[in-house]
Design a protein around this ligand. Structure first.
Ligand SMILES: C[S@@+](CC[C@H](N)C(=O)[O-])C[C@H]1O[C@@H](n2cnc3c(N)ncnc32)[C@H](O)[C@@H]1O
Length: 299
């Protein structure tokens, strides 16, 4: 018993040392190799399939409950850009529900785009996928040519999206929608507290981007005041709504997964969870997995 306890202690100590080493290496390697390291980390994240996971389908439905009314005003020929589309869960649904609208999904991951193409809905001629970075896609786009830009669950891995703001403003047509999500500060706090990672807390409280969990990828997180400051203050857009997605549940590895995971629930339970998350999403968007912000470019 004593030996087991010593072994467990040794394991705990070594894992903490590795996290510390990982953090130092992460910071150093990022300074030295910047975008290359970031893109490797992002590419790795696309091994997780967002199209075929039941919990992600649940969250897609939650997004749709909010987005439906905004997307209802689209006209034939309008263009939607789904930036960082991964396996295409948003683009596919858009293509089915808006057959007369053009949808372009882009992602830097070849693996994700291959999967998105292979699993495209039937007769979705209005849908196109391309391996591209967000910057490449936006800079090739003509002024005022896009009706909707969607960037869901992307900024968490791509803090540099801030540099794309001038292109986002330029490409969107007047009145066009900018739909973006942000990882909440609260989520990261819970994650660290839940994993006994106390040293990361000051950074999460005081900063809004950096290296977490011994990972060389740079992450970004926000609270709702910062979100409105960026969209209204920096971008001069009209902020329609900030809404929380996943206030009472999560996916494997999330702090919220300790409460529940949608994939483990039956239909009735999922419906009840959905009602609870809808209320909480409106009341306290900061206390969710992601904050969904819908804004529009001034006419
Ligand atoms: C968590 S997934 C979200 C996927 C999708 N938007 C959704 O909500 O289902 C994040 C995706 O953003 C992509 N991504 C991150 N930074 C990018 C960049 N600079 N250019 C293109 N894709 C990027 C990643 O490759 C990944 O597929």
């Amino acid at each position: 018993m004593k030996i087991l306890r010593i072994l467990a202690l040794l394991f705990l100590m070594s894992s903490k040392i590795f996290i510390k080493i990982g953090r130092v290496i992460g910071k150093f390697s990022h300074e030295a190799f910047g975008d290359v390291i970031q893109n490797i980390g992002i590419n790795e994240s696309t091994k997780y399939n967002m199209l075929g996971t039941e919990s992600e389908i649940y969250y897609l439905d939650k997004y749709w409950q909010i987005l439906g009314k905004y997307l209802g005003v689209l006209s034939a020929g309008d263009l939607i850009l789904d930036l960082g589309c991964s396996q295409g869960r948003f683009a596919h649904r858009l293509a089915v529900e808006h057959p007369k609208v053009k949808i372009k999904g882009i992602d830097l991951s070849q693996r994700a785009i291959d999967y998105a193409r292979d699993n495209s809905p039937k007769n979705s001629e209005n849908l196109e996928f391309q391996v591209q970075t967000i910057r490449e896609c936006l800079s090739a786009q003509a002024d005022n040519s896009v009706s909707v830009i969607i960037m869901t669950e992307v900024t968490v891995f791509y803090p540099d999206w801030i540099k794309d703001i001038p292109d986002i403003q330029r490409c969107l047509r007047p009145g066009g929608l900018f739909i973006i999500t942000f990882r909440s500060r609260y989520y990261n706090l819970l994650h660290c507290i839940g994993n006994d990672n106390w040293e990361a807390l000051p950074d999460i409280l005081e900063k809004d981007e950096g290296f977490l969990f011994g990972n060389p990828t740079k992450f970004q997180w926000k609270d709702k005041f910062q979100v409105s400051e960026i969209l209204e203050g920096t971008m001069g857009f009209h902020l329609d709504e900030i809404y929380g997605i996943g206030g009472c549940s999560g996916i494997d590895g999330d702090p919220f997964a300790r409460i529940t995971m949608p994939e483990n629930l039956n239909k009735d339970q999922k419906d009840l969870l959905g009602q609870a998350e809808e209320k909480i999403g409106r009341m306290i968007p900061d206390a969710s997995r992601y904050m969904l912000a819908i804004s529009s470019k001034s006419v």
